[in-house]
Ligand binder design. Structure first.
Ligand SMILES: Cc1cc2nc3c(=O)[nH]c(=O)nc-3n(C[C@H](O)[C@H](O)[C@H](O)COP(=O)(O)OP(=O)(O)OC[C@H]3O[C@@H](n4cnc5c(N)ncnc54)[C@H](O)[C@@H]3O)c2cc1C
Length: 542
């Protein structure tokens, strides 16, 4: 059963090894047992639904609580304290396009706001109900969970929008195929959510981002249905797929998508390479990307993330021995870990590994074999469970991300981390903050930042910490010419910053598009473009 106030399944655990507890205590202060709100109190505080009763709407308080948050740090603060600011008035589970049309009609007649809901894994406030005069209805697409067609010859599959990662892979694997879209939220996130938030899987370097996989599909908008045909390529005017990629549910509901698939790779391995310092690692990774070496993943951690990852691995003795050996070779506290993946035909993958390792060696990289890679692979979708353990031990964790050109990578990472540190210092907050390059491209890379702090027993204080850090980091990202989001999307938390990227005319165009597809204003009006505004970090009132 799914955990009601955290990440994942109830009985899946990610314990912290003793040495990691000591490390966190030293950096952030003592472990603290801070009790969370009881489930019964949280559910009892769910207000009366404002929706007109209908047989296709659930107003069950647990259902409504469950669908009123995503997985951002504010969401955690709200759900763990049992104080979710706004609870959806009802949840509906359509099974067909006809059901969705009925929901639009009901919403139009009764002035109801609609929020499409995939897996609820958003980390930027996408699925949170707005503070609205109108009742809110969450449209859970979990019944849209079938693969409708696999075209083996064209290597494409038509998949319903509510299908989750593991179900897609299980089904495709039966026919010898894979989608290869593996965001860390894979366990719960869905095709519709990936498209609507422009998601990026861990091996996008090989398989492509969702926009590379999305060939066409159907979208039911309040204005009517749009069918985007799946051509291998087209010069027939602007590509409307890109209007719906990243549309965050503002234009309507994606019901099905044709996605590119591949045969299950014959061979796949992940390896660890250690660099003396961050700059050497960045130079190597850039060269691999710019030389178009066909690896499948390049994930370069900075020194503090490397240290934290090794400590959390729990293999204390092995890590100590390896660290001692490496220090004799001049690899000290600044050493950085690269996880290199190769995927595909065995000969080509081996060739790619050799070429990549050769480049790494030119930059002082030491190839450590596949032990670290294996450990990463084993826990790649389990790591989010660490948030449960850390929270229960008294620590809050949050992540944020951007992408910048290679010429800015080192400076941007330092600047984001410095601004986060400074905002925390101003609040007398001790932080552990580190980063990695998670996805690389020819012209640049994404920077993914994680920070942890010892949480306060007062939820509002934790929220204010988050708000201050988010604001400082977002400002630093903009100052460094980074995008406000490489993969998480805009939601409500980034809505104030989108104008920096697309300008006034760009925002106006999106507003006009919303107006066209959703003339009666049925869809959630707070995400993507800020027409009402949740508590975004730049808004002063909480
Ligand atoms: C632990 C963790 C790890 C993560 N790792 C990654 C990662 O590696 N890469 C990455 O890209 N993201 C990652 N994310 C962010 C998140 O998983 C993605 O944004 C994901 O694409 C959201 O999918 P979802 O199905 O959960 O969508 P939801 O959270 O349910 O919704 C997201 C948005 O999409 C809209 N939407 C959902 N379904 C539809 C539909 N059918 N039609 C129209 N609109 C729809 C919603 O209204 C909302 O605006 C992570 C999140 C967590 C919590």
């Amino acid at each position: 059963m799914k955990l009601w106030n955290g990440w994942g399944e109830e009985h899946t655990d990610y314990p912290i090894p003793e040495i990691a507890k000591e490390f966190l205590t030293e950096r952030l202060g003592n472990f603290q047992d801070l009790p969370d709100a009881a489930k019964s109190d949280s559910i009892n505080s769910v207000p009366e639904s404002r929706l007109k009763p209908a047989d296709f709407i659930s107003t069950d308080p647990m259902d409504r609580f469950d669908h009123s948050h995503g997985q951002s740090l504010p969401d955690w603060i709200f759900m763990r304290s049992g104080q979710i600011p706004h609870i959806t008035d009802g949840v509906t589970y359509p099974r067909s396009d006809q059901d969705i049309k009925k929901i639009f009609d009901f919403s139009r007649e009764n002035r109801v706001t609609i929020i499409p809901y995939g897996g609820g894994t958003s980390v930027v406030g996408h699925v949170n109900p707005p503070e609205a005069e109108n009742p809110v209805l969450t449209v859970d697409l979990s019944s849209f969970n079938q693969i409708l067609e696999i075209d083996e010859i064209s290597r494409a599959a038509t998949i319903q929008a509510g299908m989750r990662g593991p179900d897609i892979e299980a089904e495709l694997n039966k026919s010898g195929f894979t989608l290869g879209h593996f965001p860390q939220s894979f366990e719960y996130s869905t095709v519709g959510g990936w498209i609507a938030s422009r998601s990026c899987g861990q091996q996008s370097y090989y398989y492509g981002r969702i926009e590379d996989l999305f060939r066409g599909g159907n979208i039911l908008t309040p204005q009517g249905e749009i069918r985007l045909p799946a051509f291998p390529a087209t010069a027939a005017g602007p590509d409307l797929r890109h209007l719906f990629l990243g549309s965050e549910g503002r234009f309507g509901i994606v019901t099905r998508a044709e996605l590119q698939i591949r045969p299950i790779p014959q061979f796949e391995r992940f390896f660890g390479i250690i660099f003396r310092n961050w700059e050497d690692g960045v130079a190597a990774v850039r060269q691999i990307a710019q030389n178009s070496i066909q690896v499948s993943m390049l994930r370069l951690s900075d020194a503090l993330e490397t240290e934290t990852t090794l400590i959390l691995s729990g293999r204390e003795r092995l890590v100590r021995m390896a660290t001692m050996g490496l220090s004799k070779l001049g690899y000290g506290r600044q050493m950085c870990l690269l996880i290199l993946g190769v995927t595909g035909d065995k000969t080509a993958a081996t060739r790619a590994r050799k070429s990549a390792v050769q480049i790494c060696r030119q930059h002082g990289g030491i190839f450590t074999g596949n032990m670290i890679g294996k450990a990463w692979q084993k826990s790649r979708f389990l790591t989010p469970y660490l948030r449960n353990t850390l929270w229960e031990a008294g620590y809050a964790l949050d992540t944020l991300e951007t992408a910048v050109p290679w010429s800015h990578v080192c400076q941007a990472k330092n600047s984001i981390i410095d601004s986060i540190t400074e905002s925390a210092t101003n609040r007398q907050l001790r932080l552990l903050v580190f980063g990695h390059l998670s996805h690389v491209y020819r012209t640049g890379a994404s920077i993914y930042i994680t920070y942890l702090f010892r949480r306060s027993p007062i939820p509002d204080e934790n929220f204010e910490h988050w708000r201050a850090v988010k604001k400082a980091a977002s400002r630093a990202i903009i100052d460094q010419n980074g995008t406000i989001s490489h993969q998480h999307g805009i939601g409500t938390d980034h809505a104030d910053y989108l104008g920096n990227e697309i300008g006034e005319i760009g925002i106006k165009f999106l507003e006009e598009a919303v107006e066209y597809f959703d003339p009666d204003g049925l869809m959630n009006s707070r995400v993507l473009i800020n027409t009402q505004g949740r508590k975004s970090p730049d808004n002063d009132d909480k």
